[in-house]
Design a protein around this ligand. Structure first.
Ligand code: PAF
Length: 284
């Protein structure tokens, strides 16, 4: 596995592969790699000739300095895992390569309004500006044919899809299914910060989602049910919503059909997200 941190070398590598007629798959990450990332690497290997993975803890998407400082960094382990998964090139750019003179100089911002302003965007101001800006730069430098993102960050995936549509990037965005531990907890780099007691409470998230996935009801009933399960589990709920999977608009009780349930909350100060499919039925 090749490892690069310099933007010009990374651009040249990707360009060389494209010129040689090989398709380039991109897996953007912030490191602290786990089996969820492994599933992205596998999907990228299956769909592209060459896989480039990036590890960059992007300060611009953290609304809270403490969250950024506590974000796990495990580069040695990440390097090994990426190599084992057959990643061809691991890119670990420095802060100055990605955002020269940050924070003294304000970098260009890509802002996906609307779907970027609700849920995570409302609770973490600037978060999706940071995500959209860094993803736009990763696409611009790499020029991938495909890019792979986990469905665990469902709203992020929707923001990236709109960014690609609106700015005309020639890249197919591939959403990969959530990977869960045996107990149902969705894998996240933040899970390492949970004590065993906090982890037990966090299972309320997947419990709420599997309960509503197994039943059909009005959107408001599903919302209320999820909130009750989350409250009972001792989760400090940020939101529990049922939305249109493309627009992320909350579903009304006059709608029926497949929708997405989104939940988020704090357990011992750790913000956790999860989501899953659900079916709403119209009020009679
Ligand atoms: O999902 C992530 O790890 C990050 O938000 C991403 C897409 C790598 C952008 O920094």
């Amino acid at each position: 596995m090749r490892e690069l941190s310099d933007i010009e070398a990374w651009r040249q590598f990707a360009h060389g592969e494209r010129v040689a007629g090989r398709s380039v798959g991109l897996v953007p990450t912030m490191g602290a790699l786990h089996q969820g990332h492994v599933s992205l690497f596998r999907a990228a290997k299956a769909a592209s000739d060459v896989v480039i993975a990036t590890i960059f803890v992007n300060p611009r998407q953290f609304a809270d300095e403490n969250d950024l400082a506590r974000y796990p960094r495990t580069l040695e382990h990440d390097r090994e895992l990426a190599a084992e998964c057959g990643v061809d090139c691991l890119v670990t750019p420095t802060l100055d390569e990605m955002w020269p003179d940050y924070p003294d100089c304000t970098p260009t911002t890509v802002s996906v309004r609307g779907i970027g302003d609700v849920f995570e965007g409302a609770d973490r101001p600037g978060h999706f500006d940071g995500v959209a800006s860094v993803v736009a730069k990763l696409f611009a430098v790499t020029g991938p044919s495909h890019a792979f993102f986990g469905e665990k960050d469902f709203q992020q995936l929707a923001v990236v899809r709109q960014l690609v549509r609106d700015l005309g990037f020639d890249v197919e965005v591939v959403g990969c299914p959530i990977v869960r531990d045996e107990d149902g907890l969705a894998l996240s780099s933040r899970n390492v910060r949970l004590s065993s007691e906090a982890r037990r409470r966090a299972l309320g998230l997947s419990r709420a989602l599997s309960y509503v996935a197994s039943t059909s009801a009005r959107a408001s009933t599903l919302r209320a049910t999820m909130r009750t399960i989350l409250d009972d589990a001792g989760i400090d709920v940020a939101y529990a919503e049922v939305v249109d999977p493309r627009t992320l608009r909350p579903s009304g009780d006059d709608e029926s059909g497949p929708r997405r349930a989104l939940v988020a909350g704090f357990v011992d100060g750790v913000r956790l997200l999860d989501n899953g499919p659900v079916t709403v039925v119209r009020e009679n």
